[in-house]
Structure formats: structure tokens, C-alpha cells
Design a protein around this ligand. Structure first.
Ligand code: APR
Length: 315
């Protein structure tokens, strides 16, 4: 059953957060509360989006706040707060800064909404999701990360482009952490049910796999001062919609595994059923030995970064 009058909060009113909010209201999914540490930004963006309502033709409401009181009893909270990696910044620096932000935001979120479902978007994604889960003390099915929908969307677009077919008819499977060790699986990627291995030469598939893995950095190299936000926002809004409308969508999501794929207590992207309870089922695909090995390698990289949180006393 869809959640009646869902309360959805998006923390971080920057590029990803504000665009996610825009997608949600303009697609008539739900009203949105936008929260940011910088007073004025969420209020100003919310007002700007409300002023677009007469033109975009919807009646969804969006509010802005720089405090958490207004977030009370949210059903779903999306965390996009954090900084993007800047030139000269190491991944460890990013991890440290965003861990401080995401940890603090999570505590505020659960203080006001102890039963919320939390979707983490801040990077490094899998580690930040693990951190939010630990800080929130919520059950595993209620804290997860947005990455697989985005990675798969990128792969779907590249396949559609290569075959000159509608992206709507293309499905793609990308497993693992949201980093350069993610695992695109061509065997499970299809065009209207036809595996792409039947449609594209191996060399082209390999190129698509590599481009998918580097999808984030390709955009950063263009933008220089920030990272991707349109496709991340679309992907996040899709997950929110699946939850509030109890769609039971089958989507790749960063979730905490408990034995599936031979992995335990680590957040990585795998297909799940997403509905109003959050993660309602984890789907365990049959993988070839080399695919499983690649997934486990990707998960090990996530585990190493989670260990850094402990070393830095951030958990
Ligand atoms: N509480 C609330 N908001 C915060 C906090 C905090 N403690 N710290 C930072 N913010 C806000 C910033 O004020 C800013 O408005 O988070 C927002 C981040 O927005 P952008 O800098 O535009 O970054 P964006 O492109 O949206 O990316 C956000 O998502 O995809 C990931 O890697 C990306 O980690 C990054 C995050």
C-alpha cells in the first residue's frame, strides 16, 4: 500500500538535493522538505520551485528549512549533504569530511524521525551508507544507498546509444560498490529481453563497461567544479517514488548483505525489491566465478574504507 501523504525530506539543497526535490514535485510524486546547513538556500530554492508551479502545472508543495524541527516524523529522508571531491583532494580527505557531515546529519534525522527510511546519496557512497546505518541504529532494510540506479542508467544510455534504440527498452545490471571497481554484468543487460551479448561485439561491450565504471569522473572532468547531478537526482527520485508508492520496483541499491553473494556486513549494490518498508527482498543472482570474484573484490575495497572510519574514530 502506498504511504498516505508521505513526508519526504531531502537534506542538502545543493545540486543533487535541489534537483531531486524538483523531480519529485514536478513528477507529482510527493511534497518535499528541503534542508541545508546554509540558511536561505533551501528556503530560496523552495520558493523558486513553488513559483514554477503555475507553469509546470502541479500542486505539490516544497518548503525549505535550515533546522531539523520541521523534519519531524518524515517517512523518507534523502541525505545529499556533503562536499564533492575537489582537485588535489584525496579520497581519504573526502571520506573524512563527508563522514563528519553525514554522521552529524544522520543523528539529527533520527532524533526527529525515528522511523524514517534513509536513502544516502553522499559519496563515497557505500561507506557513507554504512556510517549512516551505524549512526541511525535503524534496521538494515531502512538504510540504503543510491548508486546502482545511476550506474545502471548510465550503462543503459551507453547501450541505447551504441545500438541506436530507445533507452526505455534497455535494461542493465551493475553490481558492487559505487567506485571504479563496480561490476557491470553484460549477461544480465538486455534490450527488450535480448541479452546485449547477442547484439554487440565483445569489444564494444568492454568499452561500455569501462565507460560505465568511469561515468562519474567523465562528468567531473567536464564540469571541473562539481559532480553529476541530473542523472543522480533522477535515480534518487525513482527510489523515493518506489518507496512512497510501494511500487515493489526491482532496482540495484547499496544494501547491507548478510551472506548473499558470500558477503556479510558490507554495503554494496545488488538488485533488491523496493517498497514502502524499504528493502523488502535482496535478490541473489547466479554469477559466473569471475563475476563473483569481481563483486567480492569491489566489496573488499568498500570494507577497507569502512575500516578507515574506525581508524579515524568517525564511528
Ligand atoms: N547539513 C546540511 N547540509 C549540508 C551540510 C550539513 N552538515 N554540509 C553541507 N551541506 C550542504 C551544502 O551547504 C550544499 O548545499 O550540502 C549541499 C551539497 O551540495 P553541492 O555542493 O551542490 O553538492 P552536490 O553536487 O549536490 O553533491 C552532494 O552527493 O553525489 C554526491 O558526491 C556527491 O557527496 C556529494 C553529494
Amino acid at each position: 500500500m502506498a504511504i498516505k501523504n508521505p513526508k519526504v525530506t531531502v537534506v542538502g539543497a545543493g545540486n543533487v538535493g535541489a534537483t531531486t526535490a524538483q523531480r519529485l514535485i514536478e513528477k507529482n510524486v510527493c511534497d518535499v522538505l528541503l534542508v541545508d546547513i546554509v540558511d536561505g538556500i533551501p528556503q530560496g530554492k523552495a520558493l523558486d520551485l513553488m513559483e514554477a508551479r503555475p507553469v509546470e502545472l502541479h500542486d505539490r508543495k516544497i518548503f525549505g528549512s535550515s533546522t531539523y524541527d520541521a523534519t519531524k516524523d518524515s517517512d523518507v529522508v534523502v541525505i545529499t549533504a556533503g562536499i564533492a571531491r575537489k582537485p588535489g583532494m584525496s579520497r581519504d580527505d573526502l571520506l573524512k569530511t563527508n563522514a563528519g557531515i553525514v554522521g552529524g546529519v544522520t543523528l539529527e534525522v533520527v532524533k526527529h524521525s525515528p522511523n524514517a527510511i534513509i536513502i544516502v546519496v553522499s559519496n563515497p557512497l557505500d561507506v557513507m551508507t554504512h556510517l549512516a546505518w551505524l549512526k541511525s541504529k535503524l534496521p538494515k532494510e531502512k538504510v540504503f544507498g543510491m548508486a546502482g540506479v545511476l550506474d545502471a542508467a548510465r550503462m543503459r544510455f551507453f547501450i541505447a546509444e551504441a545500438l541506436n534504440v530507445s533507452a526505455e527498452d534497455v535494461q542493465a545490471m551493475v553490481l558492487g560498490g559505487h567506485g571504479d571497481q563496480m561490476v557491470p554484468i553484460a549477461r544480465y543487460s538486455t534490450v527488450s529481453g535480448i541479452p546485449i551479448t547477442e547484439l554487440l561485439p565483445l569489444q564494444k561491450i568492454n568499452e561500455i563497461n569501462e565507460r560505465t565504471k568511469n561515468g562519474g569522473i567523465e562528468i567531473v572532468n567536464y564540469l571541473k567544479t562539481g559532480s553529476a547531478f541530473y542523472a543522480p537526482a533522477s535515480s534518487t527520485a525513482t527510489m523515493v517514488e518506489a518507496i512512497v508508492q510501494d511500487r515493489k520496483r526491482v532496482l540495484p541499491v547499496a544494501t547491507c548483505l548478510s551472506g548473499q553473494y558470500g558477503l556479510k556486513d558490507v554495503f554494496v549494490g545488488v538488485p533488491v525489491v523496493l517498497g514502502q518498508k524499504g528493502i523488502e527482498q535482496i535478490i541473489e543472482l547466479k554469477l559466473a566465478p569471475e563475476e563473483l570474484e569481481a563483486l567480492q573484490k569491489s566489496a573488499n575495497a568498500v570494507k577497507e574504507n569502512v575500516a578507515k572510519l574506525t581508524e579515524l574514530a568517525l564511528v
